[in-house]
Design a protein around this ligand. Structure first.
Ligand code: 3PY
Ligand code: MG
Length: 255
């Protein structure tokens, strides 16, 4: 299976859920279901990297590209996500060019960045990979996905997009709606207009754009508008939807 970064470079539009539950089986199910990627969420989920590693393993086996969303823009967390073998690292709440550059630096080996070099990690095949091939190739194999969602980040977007090494500019609609003073109204015309402006800026900078949706109908709409990296709800929410639909249907004897 092609790596996420390669698929994005080819212009493919990819689709995948956030995973908050701490179990590798969720990644197996995501792969069997046919999702392109899954975001193992250590920002809002209950997960930490010691649990995430088994989820990355399961994702690779199931043919779904593993992305890890880190808790914050911290170099140690970014390096850890990549060391355990995530194909992409997603960093929340980027507000300025300086913060964007720091996130990219943390994700890249020298000379592009300052990611700590260790050849005994899972991403290096525990040393089975040639060390020069690993340190020389990893920067081109792992995707850096930066979330710009607050007012500061939106105001600084043109500047942020000048940072080299960003693969996906991800706009979080929930935090964006809060910035616009319309918390939760992710289909509000002001939010859609702001998003379309952001898409134009990202496209002019040659950077793929990512977005989050709660349902498939909205996903299809944004796919048609050109979003390349579409994240779809979260495992817990999807499970709740399926469970409550079945429970209600059984009670009411109506499918
Ligand atoms: C947001 O909508 O703010 C997100 O971060 C999506 O998960
Ligand atoms: Mg957010």
């Amino acid at each position: 299976m092609a790596l996420l970064k390669e698929r994005l470079k080819q212009g493919e539009q990819v689709f995948g859920p956030f995973v908050n539950l701490c179990h590798p089986a969720v990644l197996e199910v995501a792969g069997l279901a046919g999702f392109d990627f899954a975001i193992i969420d250590t920002e809002h989920g209950e997960l930490s990297s010691d649990r995430a590693v088994d989820m990355v393993r399961a994702a690779k086996l199931a043919g779904v590209c593993p992305v890890v969303r880190v808790y914050g823009n911290q170099p140690e967390l970014i390096a850890k996500a990549l060391d355990i073998g995530a194909e992409g690292v997603q960093v929340p709440q980027i507000g300025s060019k300086k913060e964007a550059a720091a996130a990219v630096r943390a994700a890249k080996f020298s000379p592009a960045g300052t990611r700590g070099c260790n050849r005994y990690v899972r991403a290096a095949g525990y040393s089975a990979k040639d060390k020069f091939a690993y340190f020389g190739g990893a920067n081109e194999e792992t995707a850096v996905i930066l979330q710009v969602e607050g007012q500061e980040g939106i105001d600084n977007l043109t500047d942020i997009l000048t940072v080299k090494g960003i693969d996906v500019l991800f706009i979080g609609p929930y935090d964006l709606s809060a910035s616009l003073g319309i918390p939760g109204q992710v289909d509000h015309p002001d939010l859609v207009a702001a998003m379309q402006k952001n898409m134009k800026l990202a496209s002019a900078a040659g950077i793929a754009i990512g977005f989050f949706v709660d349902d498939v109908e909205t996903a299809i709409q944004w796919k048609r508008w050109g979003i390349q990296y579409l994240s779809f709800a979260a495992d817990v929410g999807l499970l709740y939807r399926a469970f409550s639909k079945a429970a209600r249907a059984f009670k009411e004897e109506k499918v």
